[in-house]
Design a protein around this ligand. Structure first.
Ligand SMILES: Cc1cc2nc3c(=O)[nH]c(=O)nc-3n(C[C@H](O)[C@H](O)[C@H](O)COP(=O)(O)OP(=O)(O)OC[C@H]3O[C@@H](n4cnc5c(N)ncnc54)[C@H](O)[C@@H]3O)c2cc1C
Length: 486
């Protein structure tokens, strides 16, 4: 089969803004990352996509650890981990570029790495105390038989959209609850549709410490899935992106020690909004990758298969291909634009702050000593992390970045559905084996309109952030503001 033409384009060709705004060093670094993700996808993901989709369709609990080992070996589990903890130090732009490449091959397999990155993301802005423990453990496990995976659990059986927006959370039917006990919290409740939930060792989980005031007490916890009281209640039968399991998790008085509260108690809504702002451009990229995957397969079929002979000469086919190019190109501009806005203007300076960098130069062996760890996870250090966030960014920049992220996510999801559907219609029954791949991508595409907030919710964020310019509430309050909070 002919190499897909779109895969040969450089990053600046795909996204001209990068060439103008990114320094040469950044373009080179991102291009290297893209090339690594592309070759990993071609070697390990594409050849297994259909087989794994079929196996997990028959048995949703089946999971392929070979893919996790291969991903770990090729850096797919560490690109978001901060450099001081031994990772790639990437942010939204890095994650998005990796995701488009992987998803052009198979979004289900790619979601294993994507959900892992989502699980890591609440730890990034919660301060260096979080970097050494679990994140270093993730890196250390990469060469083991079972590299450790993460997941992020927000959704509940009665609260999906509502827990993804601070304004809706106050009215949401949240049933989970974290009860304060000596030395930490006891967590109880159910989390639903959690990607990687049945295979993750660590889960960043959000729930209230006072169920009567969920918005004010929403808090992020780092849950060890080996804890007593934690069970995987079931794994869902999925329509698409099947390679990555979505699980229902049950917690019955699961103990989480104080130092595994991510950030500060009650800062969970801000943490959720920052996580979603960072994860929506990569979801736009997942969707763009799916659309590109369908387009490339269709193009290769039109060029190479005798059953398609003559079709390329027809004007309606040319118009359809041009329409697909257009849709994919614009979806890519949207997700990279949002990712760069986040990394360069809204959040990037947190990571490049001299204090954070200086801490990175302190050897992990010293940072890991008990008194240093105690200091880094003290309430003073947590307040200082919030103060740093306030100094590095502001509500307006974050609201704009969140709105652009939502736009990229919603547009990407719609493009993925349209392009995969159009490819399937054009290829029709003549397409032979490639039809199965297109049909799978069409099933895979649907999820991009649902997770990370449905497209409806995301468009409401666009309305609030861009049309109304209403602050969404992404920044946790400073210490003195907390004292006066109701
Ligand atoms: C396969 C899969 C994987 C997932 N992975 C994860 C994960 O890893 N972690 C996690 O926490 N969650 C995950 N989710 C959950 C996902 O984010 C939610 O499904 C999503 O937020 C929607 O919530 P819901 O399913 O409860 O739908 P609902 O909130 O019940 O929404 C139903 C419909 O009503 C609309 N609607 C609801 N409220 C409003 C409103 N105020 N205004 C306008 N329209 C509204 C929605 O747009 C939607 O069309 C996953 C979901 C799936 C299906």
């Amino acid at each position: 089969m002919m190499a897909p033409v779109t895969a040969q384009r450089t990053l600046p060709e795909r996204f001209p803004r990068l060439a103008h705004e990114g320094g040469r060093g950044q373009v080179r670094e991102l291009e290297r990352l893209r090339a690594r993700a592309h070759s990993f996808a071609e070697q390990f993901i594409r050849p297994r996509a259909l087989e794994i989709d079929q196996r997990t369709g028959e048995d949703p609990g089946w999971f392929d650890w070979d893919l996790v080992r291969a991903g770990a070996e090729h850096g797919m589990l560490r690109f978001l981990i901060p450099a001081p903890a031994g990772g790639g130090g990437g942010l939204a732009t890095h994650a998005a570029i990796v995701m488009e490449e992987l998803c052009a091959a198979c979004p289900g397999i790619a979601l294993i790495y994507g959900a892992h990155a989502l699980g890591i993301s609440p730890l990034l802005f919660a301060g260096p105390a979080q970097w050494d423990g679990v994140l270093s453990e993730l890196i250390a496990s990469e060469h083991s038989e079972r590299p450790l995976l993460m997941a992020c659990a927000i959704t509940e059986p009665e609260a999906g959209t509502d827990v993804e927006d601070p304004a809706l959370l106050a009215r949401g039917r949240v049933t989970s609850h974290a009860r304060r006990v000596p030395g930490g919290f006891r967590l109880s409740g159910t989390k639903r549709f959690i990607s990687n939930g049945s295979v993750a060792r660590w889960i960043t989980m959000l729930m209230p410490t006072d169920p009567r005031r969920p918005a004010q007490t929403w808090t992020c916890f780092l849950v060890d899935t080996r804890s007593e009281g934690f069970t995987v209640a079931r794994v869902e039968h999925k329509m698409g992106q099947r390679a990555c399991p979505a699980a229902e998790l049950s917690l019955d008085e699961v103990f989480v020690p104080e130092e595994r509260v991510v950030g500060r108690e009650g800062d969970g809504t801000a943490a959720t909004m920052i996580v979603l702002a960072c994860s929506r451009p990569p979801v736009g990229a997942i969707a763009t990758g799916i659309a590109r995957g369908a387009y490339e397969r269709l193009l290769a079929w039109l060029h190479d298969d005798r059953a398609a002979a003559g079709l390329l000469g027809r004007q309606h086919v040319q118009l359809t291909l041009a329409y697909m190019e257009e849709e994919i190109h614009l979806a890519r501009q949207a997700y990279l634009d949002a990712a760069m806005e986040l990394d360069q203007r809204a959040l990037g300076s947190v990571m490049s702050n001299p204090a954070v960098r200086a801490l990175g130069h302190v050897p992990a062996s010293i940072r890991g000593r008990a008194p240093v760890r105690r200091l880094l996870s003290s309430s003073r250090a947590r307040d200082a992390t919030v103060a740093l966030l306030h100094r590095s960014t502001d509500e307006q920049a974050l609201t704009r970045a969140l709105a652009l992220s939502s736009m990229a996510k919603a547009r990407g999801g719609d493009v993925a559905m349209r392009v995969t559907g159009t490819a399937l219609e054009l290829a029709g029954l003549r397409a032979g084996p490639v039809r199965a791949e297109l049909e799978k991508l069409w099933r895979d595409a649907k999820l991009t309109q649902i997770y990370e907030g449905t497209n409806q919710l995301n468009r409401l964020e666009v309305y609030r952030g861009l049309c109304e310019r209403e602050p969404i509430g992404c920044l946790p309050p400073l210490r003195h503001e907390r004292r006066s909070r109701p």
